[in-house]
Design a protein. Structure first.
Length: 182
């Protein structure tokens, strides 16, 4: 009889635990959907190519050159790099944390890199916001750490950007990243 009560109690506890886990998972899915919905207007559903210049700061020949650099790197390593310029302002993105979350969402939604290898890198920036971020796929974090990404941004890309030369900044940035993740 005591055994039946214990078994019934354990089953009841297991049932409650399952309900709690399911409820928490559903709440997290809803939060993720809200996050994606709120950023949907900020970036398109799909990339244009390796270089998705939504700010129109690069010429067609510059986009072609950047795409060829990235394609060559992908051919040699299977790692994929994406450059994304976003036309944003402070009414859409109000903080650095929001920009960082947007970048992470974008890279994940677009599926940069091979799904099973998680070998994608996203270089996302907005000249209006004066923000740039390098998102590194989990399969490459041992080769390109957050510290490495910050150094590339601070010492290689940003100096060119400050001179108004976004193209040279991106070329040098892509080359530095390519060297780190080979």
């Amino acid at each position: 009889n005591n055994f039946c009560h214990m078994t019934r109690g354990l089953l009841y506890f297991a049932f409650l635990s399952l309900l709690t886990i399911t409820s928490c998972a559903q709440k997290n899915k809803n939060k993720e959907k809200q996050s994606l919905t709120s950023t949907k207007q900020v970036f398109p559903e799909k990339p244009i190519g390796y270089t998705s210049d939504f700010e129109n700061i690069f010429s067609l020949s510059q986009v072609s050159y950047l795409d060829s650099l990235i394609a060559q790197h992908k051919k040699e390593t299977s790692n994929e790099i994406a450059i994304v310029t976003l036309s944003l302002d402070s009414t859409v993105i109000k903080s650095a944390a929001e920009f960082d979350q947007l970048c992470l969402t974008l890279v994940n939604k677009w599926g940069i890199g091979e799904k099973d290898k998680h070998n994608g890198i996203g270089i996302i920036f907005s000249t209006n916001l004066k923000r740039i971020r390098i998102e590194t796929g989990i399969g490459l974090v041992s080769k390109l750490t957050d510290r490495d990404a910050k150094r590339i941004i601070d010492t290689i890309i940003t100096p060119e950007f400050k001179n108004g030369d976004y193209f040279t900044g991106m070329v040098k940035g892509v080359m530095a990243i390519s060297d780190k993740i080979k």
